[in-house]
Design a protein around this ligand. Structure first.
Ligand SMILES: Cc1cc2nc3c(=O)[nH]c(=O)nc-3n(C[C@H](O)[C@H](O)[C@H](O)COP(=O)(O)OP(=O)(O)OC[C@H]3O[C@@H](n4cnc5c(N)ncnc54)[C@H](O)[C@@H]3O)c2cc1C
Length: 409
C-alpha cells in the first residue's frame, strides 16, 4: 500500500458488494469524499478522517472468452493479477512499468512500454459497469453509445475521469497475444540524456524509451518482438544484445539503477505532465532539470519520463477524457519527504512545483493518474488535464454525483 495512505488517520475501510454499494453512495452517511482503493498504490486511496471503499476483496472476477479474445474483470485486481490470469491463454494488454497498480491504472489512462505499439490500457475497455456517485448503477458498452449523445458523454467521462463520477466495479477489455520483449537498461551520464531523448523520437512505435533520474540517470528502452523476430534496434544501440524477456511481467524493475542506497522510509506525491517532442530543446530542458536535481530536498525525489506517440495518438482526442492524444512524452515528478517532517513535505512539494514549471513549456498537459484534491494545485491540474472538456465534465459531475460523494472536480 502507498506509504502516505497507510499512515493516514483514516476512518476505516468499507468492503461492500454490489448489493450494498448503491445504497451507501446514495445516502450521506459518511464524510465526503468517499475515497476509493483498487491497487492502493496512490497517496489518495486513504486520507485523514475519510472512509475508503476497498475494492480488493469483493471485485476479483477474471473470465477470458476465447471467441472474442476479451476478458471480463472485477476492479479489485492488480495489473499483475490480470496478466497472470491471462498468461495460460497467451494473452495480455499493455500495463505500466509495474504490476502493482490496480484498476486506477486502467481508468485514468495509464501507459507503459507497449503503449506506443498497442495504445493506452484504457483504449482496450469495451464495457464498464459500476455505480454513479448518486447511487445509480450503470453498465455501458462501447458499441451501445454510438449515436446516443448522452450515453457517449457518459462513456467519455468514464474513460479517463471515472474517479470523479463513479465507482467502477467491472470491466471488459480487449487483449493481444503475448509477445517477447527486448529491454536495454543502463546507467548513463546525464550529458547523454538529451541524445537518447532525440534518438528515441526517431524510433518506430514498436520501441519506447523510459528514463528515471535519481542519484544517477537510468535509461530503460523496450521493444516488442512479435512472431519471434529479433530486435533490430536495441542491440545496435547497446553494442551488445539487450536482455530478452518472455512478457511484461518478466521485465526488470524500472528505476533500480538510479541509486546504490537502500531506500529510506518516505512519503511522496507524484505529478505527471504530458507534452510534445523535446527535439532540439532537450539540452536546455535537461540543463534546467539538472539544476533542480542538485537542489532536490530528499534523496528519493526523482524526475522520470515515459514515451508516448504511435498508437496512443491514433484515438480521437474528443472520444475520451484523456485529451492529450498528441503527447509524445509523459515526464513525472516524485516529491518525497521523511514521514512526519512537515517542513520537509512543504519543501518537497515546492520543489515539485518548480520542476513542473520547468517542464511546462514543452509539457503543458497533465496526466491525472494521482488525485490531488488535498493539495493547493488540484484546480490547475484539472484544467491542464481536461482542457476545454472540463466544463462538460463538470456538468456530468453535477448530474451523476451532485452531492460530491466522490473526489471534487
Ligand atoms: C510502482 C508504480 C508503477 C507505476 N507505473 C505506472 C506506469 O508505468 N504508467 C502509468 O501511467 N502510471 C503508473 N503508475 C501510476 C498508477 O498507475 C496510478 O497512480 C493509478 O491511478 C494507480 O491505481 P491503483 O488502483 O493502483 O491505485 P489507487 O490508489 O487504489 O487508486 C488510484 C485512484 O484511482 C481511483 N480509482 C481506483 N479504482 C477505481 C475504480 N474502480 N472506480 C473509481 N475510481 C477508482 C481512486 O479513487 C484513486 O484516487 C505507477 C504507480 C506505481 C505505484
Amino acid at each position: 500500500m502507498n506509504a502516505l495512505a497507510q499512515d493516514a488517520r483514516s476512518e476505516g475501510r468499507l468492503i461492500l458488494g454490489p448489493e450494498l454499494l448503491p445504497a451507501v453512495l446514495a445516502h450521506p452517511l459518511h464524510p465526503t469524499p468517499l475515497l476509493v482503493s483498487s491497487g492502493a498504490t496512490s497517496s489518495r486511496c486513504a486520507g485523514d478522517g475519510l472512509w475508503t471503499l476497498d475494492l480488493r476483496r469483493r471485485y476479483r472476477e477474471l473470465r477470458y472468452q476465447v471467441e472474442s479474445s476479451q476478458v471480463t474483470i472485477g476492479t479489485g485486481l492488480t495489473m499483475a493479477e490480470l496478466l497472470e490470469g491471462l498468461r495460460s491463454d497467451r494473452r495480455a494488454l499493455p500495463i505500466g512499468l509495474s504490476g502493482l497498480p490496480g484498476s486506477g491504472f486502467l481508468l485514468t489512462g495509464g501507459m507503459g512500454p507497449l503503449s506506443r505499439s498497442q495504445g493506452l490500457a484504457m483504449d482496450h475497455i469495451q464495457r464498464i459497469e459500476g455505480v454513479w456517485g448518486n447511487g445509480e448503477p450503470f453498465n455501458v458498452h462501447r458499441d451501445h453509445v454510438i449515436g446516443d449523445e448522452r450515453a457517449a458523454s457518459y462513456w467519455r467521462g468514464l474513460l479517463g475521469a471515472a474517479p470523479f463520477l463513479a465507482v467502477v466495479t467491472g470491466l471488459e477489455l480487449r487483449t493481444h497475444p503475448i509477445e517477447p520483449l527486448a529491454v536495454l537498461q543502463e546507467r548513463i551520464a546525464v550529458e547523454l540524456l538529451p541524445n537518447w531523448i532525440r534518438l528515441a523520437e526517431q524510433w518506430p512505435s514498436s520501441a519506447s524509451l523510459q528514463w528515471s533520474w535519481g542519484d544517477y540517470v537510468e535509461i530503460y528502452a523496450v521493444q516488442g518482438l512479435p512472431d519471434g523476430c529479433t530486435s533490430d534496434l536495441l542491440p545496435a544501440l547497446a553494442g551488445d544484445a539487450a536482455e530478452i524477456c518472455a512478457d511484461q511481467l518478466s521485465l526488470p524493475a524500472f528505476g533500480r539503477l538510479t541509486t546504490d542506497r537502500q531506500p529510506l522510509p518516505s512519503h511522496c506525491e507524484v505529478l505527471g505532465r504530458l507534452g510534445q517532442r523535446w527535439g532540439e530543446e532537450a539540452e536546455s530542458v535537461v540543463d534546467h532539470l539538472r539544476e533542480l536535481m542538485m537542489r532536490r530536498p530528499h534523496p528519493s525525489c526523482r524526475i522520470s519520463a515515459q514515451q508516448l506517440g504511435g498508437a496512443t495518438g491514433t484515438v480521437e482526442s474528443a472520444s475520451t477524457s484523456f485529451i492529450h492524444r498528441n503527447a509524445e512524452w509523459k515526464p513525472w515528478i516524485t516529491a518525497a519527504w521523511t514521514p512526519e517532517d512537515r517542513a520537509g513535505r512543504q519543501h518537497s512539494l515546492d520543489w515539485m512545483e518548480r520542476v513542473s514549471e520547468a517542464l511546462m513549456a514543452l509539457n503543458p498537459g497533465v496526466h491525472l493518474a494521482q488525485l490531488h484534491d488535498h493539495l493547493p494545485f488540484h484546480d490547475q491540474e484539472l484544467k491542464d488535464a481536461f482542457g476545454s472538456w472540463l466544463p462538460s465534465l463538470k456538468q456530468l459531475k453535477a448530474e451523476l454525483d451532485p452531492d460530491q460523494r466522490l473526489c471534487r472536480l
